[in-house]
Design a protein around this ligand. Structure first.
Ligand SMILES: Nc1ncnc2c1ncn2[C@@H]1O[C@H](COP(=O)(O)OP(=O)(O)OP(=O)(O)O)[C@@H](O)[C@H]1O
Ligand SMILES: [Mg+2]
Length: 256
């Protein structure tokens, strides 16, 4: 089943000089897929993600999420849709620093009036899955970046969203913490069939997805599929990045 169907999507930013950030994008994501979005800086990746996130609106074209059109929703309906059907993971984690890990994870549920008993059960499950049970009572300023990102992943999935959207989730992590975060995202995708769309510059992170869609100058450039060999997929990703130009010159020495 299609969870995301983008048709003919264009985005023009206004201002003194209008700027076309995306032009005629068509993209379909099936339920349960894990899709990476790559492309040079300024190519329109975050713009695309923000429109799927319903944070920003397209200039023309359509976006259907799970058969529904967020653009046709009223303000309250849209807020609920975003909170219940989507999960978000950001580069800077976006956690509340003075709250505990547990308090951060349950935030999406507290807003929806879920019972304490149900919350406790869900936190225990998701913490176990992400290997953060031991740090649930710690405050965010007491944990590492890698632990913070796993906390953010837990928060993004606690309400069983239809789709998780991630913008550079490994951007602030070292390579070891990046791999751990990607292994967690892969696990959530496989075990819960949660659909994931992840923007990344990092070819290693991208190699954990099943399909990478490349954007150049606001248009689709290419897409490649993983198959069963992550190492080979990583190499294909590097090859397309070097075709794309930009910031991919000295990637060949990276070890997967
Ligand atoms: N609010 C805005 N107003 C005007 N122009 C914008 C706005 N947001 C983004 N742009 C422009 O649209 C283009 C695409 O931006 P976007 O943030 O989507 O790029 P990106 O692919 O995510 O880049 P990066 O890899 O650096 O994060 C850029 O040229 C950017 O300057
Ligand atoms: Mg961006």
């Amino acid at each position: 089943m299609e969870i995301l169907k983008i048709k003919n999507l264009s985005k023009v930013y206004g201002g003194k000089v209008a700027y076309k950030a995306l032009a005629d994008i068509d993209l379909t994501i099936e339920e349960g897929e894990f899709v990476g979005i790559m492309g040079p800086s300024g190519s329109g990746k975050s713009t695309l993600l923000n429109m799927v996130a319903t944070i920003d609106q397209p200039t023309s074209g359509s976006i259907m999420v799970d058969g529904k059109d967020p653009l046709r929703m009223k303000h309250n309906e849209l807020a609920l849709f975003r909170r219940r059907q989507l999960g978000f993971i950001f580069q800077d984690f976006n956690l509340l620093p003075t709250l505990t890990v547990e308090e951060n994870i349950v935030l999406p549920l507290t807003l929806d009036g879920v019972s304490v008993k149900e919350m406790d059960k869900r936190v225990a499950d998701v913490a176990e899955k992400l290997g953060i049970t031991a740090i649930l009572k710690k405050r965010i300023y007491e944990i590492s970046g890698g632990q913070a990102q796993r906390t953010a992943i837990a928060r993004a999935i606690i309400h069983n969203p239809k789709m998780v959207l991630a913008d550079e989730p490994t951007g602030n992590l070292d390579s070891k913490a990046s791999k751990a975060a990607m292994e967690m995202m892969e696990k959530v995708n496989k075990e819960d069939q949660t659909t994931m769309m992840m923007v990344t510059h990092d070819p290693i992170a991208a190699s954990y997805t099943e399909r990478v869609v490349f954007i150049k100058d606001g248009t689709l450039f290419n897409e490649i599929h993983r198959g069963d060999n992550r190492q080979a997929f990583f190499q294909k990703i590097i090859d397309v990045l070097s075709l794309l130009g930009g910031d991919s010159n000295d990637l060949s020495s990276i070890r997967v």
